[in-house]
Design a protein around this ligand. Sequence first.
Ligand SMILES: [Zn+2]
Length: 99
Amino acid sequence: MLKKEIEKIMKATGELAHSKIKRITQEKHGGLQLMPPKKDVCQECATKHKPNEPHNQESLYYQMQFQIKHGRFPTWEDAMAHCDEKTKVIWREELKGSE
Ligand SMILES: [Zn+2]
């Protein structure tokens, strides 16, 4: 009898823990919160670069933020969308060389 009671409690607790974990996971996924970057770095990609330079496409912070905003993974074209044409040309050449 006692064993049965314990089993019942264990089962209930287990389910409770499971639903709690599930809820936390959902909360984390749904309201994905990113730690804001330091003040002296770019607020978009959390990397130190000049305003006319592309964001760091390899920055995890940038990738996460972009993913949340646009629902897809950023490319280098996205990372340098804010740059002027001259800078874009230079960077495209630069990236070609690194491939
Ligand atoms: Zn940036």
